[in-house]
Write a protein that binds this ligand. Sequence first.
Ligand SMILES: NC(=O)c1ccc[n+]([C@@H]2O[C@H](COP(=O)([O-])OP(=O)(O)OC[C@H]3O[C@@H](n4cnc5c(N)ncnc54)[C@H](OP(=O)(O)O)[C@@H]3O)[C@@H](O)[C@H]2O)c1
Length: 285
Amino acid sequence: MEYVTLNNGVKMPILGYGVYQIPDHTECERCVLDAISVGYRSIDTAQAYRNEEAVGRAIQKSGVPREEFFITTKVWISNAGYEKAKASIEESMRKLQLDYLDLVLIHQPFNDYYGTYRAMVELYKAGNIKAIGVSNFYPDRYIDLVQFSEVVPSVNQVETHVFNQQVKANEIMKKYNTQIESWGPFAEGRNELFTNATLQEIGNKYNKSTAQIALRYLIQRGVVVIPKTVNKNRMEENFNVFDFELSTEDMDQIATLDTGESSFFSHQDPQRVEFLTNYGKKGLE
Ligand SMILES: NC(=O)c1ccc[n+]([C@@H]2O[C@H](COP(=O)([O-])OP(=O)(O)OC[C@H]3O[C@@H](n4cnc5c(N)ncnc54)[C@H](OP(=O)(O)O)[C@@H]3O)[C@@H](O)[C@H]2O)c1
């Protein structure tokens, strides 16, 4: 495994396993156990995924020492604000059966995320969280938080894949020393990523799949990736991306696939903001 070093010296695996959209507890536990057996040690969950308990059970059952893992969770919009966020992180730790978390992110830049961040800073200083960060913070909100917070976020998890490479946003994160982490490294298969002709052609040269090329490209650009799959053979495929290196020419060619736009939705689109905040108001219970 390769690692990135975060702005506070904490080491984070550059490849992890994401568990979004695996709400079924038995299935999620099976998936995480499979992923651990393949070699994944970084697991990305969230309060909103409603599967922290299943992730916790899999970690326990695996028998792998706690210190080998890098566990991330995220505070949901409905848990925003100092008191609620603090209580919700303690609840996440209980569900995950962990006495510390490696990384906690603010899931969305909505509601009282300043209060949330203050709670995270406090737990970070107390040693309950090893690193803190944000998710879906685009340059406007990201710069604002950096400018008025005591601790610079270690990570910003944003939609990043070959069709939306986040070049500008990453430049700004680098300026303030925040590590970019990709969500949706395959764009969840949108834009026919898995049959993209450029990725296929390059894959043929290295005897690698389009999925492996898509991940390798991000890794070579220093982006942390957390691909999701429920299939063990695909977990293995997605893990096998450290035995080859894309040439500069191939990197340059993949760079041209960037549309500079989201393949999902914009966090600045008023309708989407209304949808997310309305959803956030409902709470998770
Ligand atoms: N912070 C946020 O707001 C946010 C948002 C979205 C996601 N995330 C995180 O990022 C993680 C990854 O993103 P994602 O789950 O949205 O999407 P993704 O990893 O881009 O794509 C997952 C999709 O790709 C398929 N797939 C995986 N490996 C494959 C392979 N080798 N060949 C062909 N198909 C393959 C999976 O199908 P099967 O499962 O059927 O194999 C699934 O449909 C999430 O699990 C979550 O942890 C965070």
